[in-house]
Design a protein around this ligand. Structure first.
Ligand code: PEP
Ligand code: MG
Length: 575
């Protein structure tokens, strides 16, 4: 028996035989092309690009209609790259200027694009160089006449098998799902790579970052994949297989129980209604939020609009993004948070970085917005305009004093008056609320409640500021503790202040999506949770099983417990 460890990126257990996908290394060499053959070489390239597009379109057609839209979006990204002049036009230019073969021109163009991606700070975008690799190698394989692999051939029998590969493209993933593959394990890749996102969307257990797979595992060897723990067991004993089979049935029951909650009302065991909203950032999340049955968008992070560029987005660009969200979620309320740039979300363009000695305590979020009108006003105007097209709430991040809140409200009124003069429609009653994520705001929540229409507790920052722990500093983040009594008291105080002030209060930090804390938060009176779409059903499951009347007293008691052991016992008693 052999055990290998990787990063579990898609939960679930699979037991099946190994199928190794071995893509022969592409042997790309430069070979000179005579000047009278340049046109023919360009024709070869265009034909290969055309073939690649045709193949991808055929794969796109095979995506099951029941799966989420992000799968098609990944394939579309590749199709767009095939149409993008930066790739093919530049490769053609290289064929002409260097008098070289199409394969080599593509390689040079690939290297240049990968270098540009490598220089980006954003780890998500850095992984997008995989897209370039996948697209370029698809064209090169066509140029070199490589034979298709087993999973690429229609009707290949891969039912129940565990696919092992160095790396998988989105197209591979779709084809394998069609052929009944039970799980994936790859040598490369991280939690945000396409393969990981796709495996989660398709509900197939997946493990990435497993260097030993090719060395230790043979074709057809029996494997167990535990996608939650990131464990691959090779050649397992009968007892281990029996153990995992039991786990597999348990997991299946759990998934079925969660699925049955999709689209049902969120009500506690003793009849209290709870609102479950979704946190979204990219268009793929919009669809996921709707598909999972969220009753609203509790946090739309808008920073991505400002990233990977040198100039600020204009009003129209903001407006288009907000309309896209409103249209995608079919009339459910959406909470658009104004820019939260600075600290962990600083500009990636070095010339615009804000930095400072203590960026988390510096010019960030609303502080930056209020000092840089060019950054903020187009966004405010776009949000106000978007409010005419669906129920929109505007949310201010990082408020620390009431003057800031009043300043923003005044700005919004100015925008509204201006739009009215110009006869542009908007919702004059658009709620204006705030993230409660700075201890000062939590402590004085009663004062803020007088000016604002709603609160959303941002525990990610609230915890870091309360305990003075930088949330992205590995050296201290073991001290980051959502259960610190100081944090719990601030959360509880904020909920109480909102209730006393008659305004709704939710929570949109990670704590809201962590089922270990769901009961405690319900016990403290929280009735609105905003979580990543992938966590929504898990949280819903716990909510529906909780009797809040029973746990209220113990939850309040947690506010006074400083001993972590005692607190853990108290929490498990809430179960
Ligand atoms: C938070 O601070 O809890 C929050 C949701 O905002 P962000 O993580 O974007 O700072
Ligand atoms: Mg925050």
């Amino acid at each position: 028996m052999l055990t290998l460890h990787g990063i579990g990126v898609s939960r679930g257990i699979a037991i099946g035989k190994a199928h190794i996908i071995e893509r022969a290394e592409l042997n790309i060499r430069e070979s000179p092309v005579a000047s009278d053959e340049i046109d023919e070489e360009i024709r070869r390239l265009r034909e290969a690009v055309g073939q690649a597009k045709q193949d991808l379109r055929a794969i796109r057609e095979q995506i099951p209609v029941t799966t989420t839209a992000d799968i098609a979006a990944f394939i579309d990204t590749h199709l767009l790259m095939l149409e993008d002049a930066a790739l093919t036009f530049d490769a053609e230019r290289l064929i002409k200027t260097r008098s070289c073969n199409a394969e080599w021109a593509l390689k040079l163009q690939r290297d240049a694009l990968v270098k540009a991606f490598d220089e980006m700070d954003d780890p998500y975008l850095r992984t997008r160089k995989d897209d370039v690799d996948h697209v370029v190698s698809r064209i090169q394989r066509i140029l070199l006449n490589y034979a298709p692999l087993k999973h690429e051939i229609a009707g290949s029998r891969l039912e129940g098998m565990v696919v092992l590969a160095d790396d998988l493209t989105p197209a591979d993933t779709v084809l394998m799902q069609r052929n009944g593959v039970a799980a994936f394990v790859t040598r490369y890749g991280g939690a945000t790579s396409h393969m990981s996102i796709l495996a989660r969307s398709l509900g197939i257990p997946g493990i990435v970052g497993t260097p030993g797979i090719r060395r230790y595992i043979a074709e057809n060897e029996l494997l167990i994949i535990d996608g939650s723990e990131g464990v691959v067991v090779g050649d397992p004993s009968a007892a281990i297989v029996a153990y995992y089979r039991a786990q597999q049935s348990e997991h299946k029951r759990h998934v079925e129980a969660l699925e049955s909650l999709r689209g049902t009302a969120t009500v506690t065991a003793d009849g209290h209604s709870v609102e479950l909203h979704a946190n979204v950032e990219l268009p793929g999340d919009f669809i996921a939020a709707r598909d999972v049955g969220a009753s609203g968008v509790g946090l739309y992070r808008t920073e991505f609009l400002y990233m990977n560029r040198r100039s600020n987005p204009d009003e129209e660009e903001h407006f288009r993004a907000y309309r896209a969200l409103i249209d995608a979620v079919d009339g459910m309320p959406v909470t658009i948070r104004t820019l939260d740039i600075g600290a962990d979300k600083d500009f990636d363009d070095n010339s615009r970085r804000i930095d400072g000695a203590n960026p988390a305590l510096g010019l960030r979020a609303i502080r930056l917005a209020l000092t840089e009108p060019d950054l903020y006003w187009p966004q405010l105007r776009a949000i106000v305009r978007a409010s005419a097209f669906g129920p929109v709430r505007l949310m201010i991040p990082m408020l620390s004093n009431v003057t800031e809140a009043r300043g923003v409200i005044e700005n919004i009124r100015t925008v509204q008056a201006d739009l009215e003069r110009r006869r542009v429609v908007f919702d004059p009653n658009m709620p204006i609320g705030a993230m409660i994520e700075v201890p000062a705001a939590a402590i004085c929540a009663d004062s803020f409640a007088r000016y604002l229409d709603f609160f959303s507790i941002g525990t990610n920052d609230l915890i870091q500021y309360t305990i003075a722990i930088d949330r992205v500093n590995d050296a201290v983040n073991h001290l980051y503790d959502p259960l610190h009594p100081a944090v719990l008291r601030l959360i509880s105080g904020t909920i109480d202040a909102a209730n006393a002030g008659g305004i709704p209060v939710g929570m949109c930090g990670e704590m809201a999506g962590d089922v270990r804390y769901t009961r405690l938060l319900l016990g403290l009176g929280l009735r609105q949770f905003s979580v990543h779409p992938s966590l929504l059903l898990e949280v819903k499951h716990v909510i529906t099983q909780t009797d809040v009347t029973k746990i209220g007293q113990s939850a309040r008691h947690a506010l006074t417990v400083s001993d972590p052991e005692e607190l853990n016992i108290l929490l498990s008693d809430l179960l």
